[in-house]
Design a protein around this ligand. Structure first.
Ligand code: NAD
Length: 264
């Protein structure tokens, strides 16, 4: 049981998929830092989890992941508080086609930066103790998303970056595994962004097309994404894996040809 007794840092942990992942990691015996920019939701979430797991298992850290200093500080506080870092989940994400640069900043640049900071701490070549990093992408990272082109680009970027770093970590014997999870639609507050012009911009006119897709493909419960995450963390052979989670096929993997695969 890899997660038992380990220390994790989860970004975007206050609600939705992040919150479900926090709960699953606590169930598996990890302690963790919940990093989120939303202090009210983060503190409420921690209060609920404290009743079940005790207050010393989690630390809430308010942080905007796009702010370099705040992000680095969040990692430092985690290590100061818990003494180490073993598991990093770069999960914070937004759907904003109007302020599309922000989507790239949160969904891709902050995931890259978080991965690099995590590697500085965990890479055995830097004196770290090894670990595992999971970057949350989306099915929109593997297929076109006609009404969310920048969201799709950011998530394609997460997959390309994660698989490349996984290959590097393997070649360099970092002792760190790096994987990605690509869920289909998940029942979280993020889906409300589809109904907002301030998020969808010129694609707002297509909101009903997206809702029709949700009806067609169904919407997943966040707990299934948390189960997928834990499976990737526990499977010590998984490196460079692209896990897909859909209503029709559940948890499964994108298959790549032999020369595209990453060794552990
Ligand atoms: P959500 O909106 O419910 O939760 C996202 C959390 O991230 C929030 O607590 C928010 O405060 C936090 N956050 C956003 N920007 C931040 C920032 N700059 N700094 C710190 N925290 C920030 O979304 P969700 O559905 O739980 O999404 C989690 C991840 O899963 C995202 O990367 C998203 O793209 C991905 N995803 C979601 C779906 C879906 O249908 N919900 C599908 C596939 C992938």
């Amino acid at each position: 049981m890899y997660a038992n007794g380990k220390v994790a840092l989860v970004t975007g942990a206050a609600q939705g998929i992040g919150r479900a992942m926090v709960e699953e990691l606590l169930n598996k015996g990890a302690a963790l830092a919940m990093v989120d920019q939303n202090r009210i939701a983060g503190e409420q979430c921690k209060a609920v989890l404290d009743e079940k797991f005790g207050s010393n298992r989690t630390l809430f850290i308010q942080c905007d992941v796009t702010d370099q200093e705040q992000l680095r500080d969040a990692f430092q506080k985690t290590v100061e508080h818990f003494g180490r870092l073993d598991i990093l989940v770069n999960n914070a994400g937004v759907n904003n086609e109007k302020d599309w640069e922000k989507t790239i900043e949160v969904n891709l640049i902050s995931v890259i930066r978080g991965t690099y900071i995590g590697l500085e701490l965990m890479n055995k070549k830097n004196g770290g103790q090894g670990g595992v990093i999971i970057n949350i992408s989306s099915l929109a990272g593997l297929t076109p998303a006609a009404y969310q082109p920048v969201y799709s680009a950011s998530k394609h970027g997460v997959i390309g970056f994660t698989r490349s770093i996984a290959a590097l970590a393997s070649i360099g014997n970092y002792g760190v595994r790096v994987n990605t999870v690509c869920p289909a639609f998940v029942d979280t507050p993020l889906l409300e962004s589809i109904d907002k012009e301030e998020n969808m911009g010129e694609y707002f006119q297509y909101k009903d097309n997206i809702k029709d897709m949700m009806k067609l493909f169904g919407v997943l419960d966040p707990s299934l994404i948390a189960q997928g995450l834990v499976r990737l963390i526990e499977d010590e052979t998984a490196n460079g894996a692209v896990m897909k989670i859909t209503t029709s096929r559940g948890i499964h993997f994108e298959e790549f040809s032999a020369h595209q695969k990453t060794k552990v």
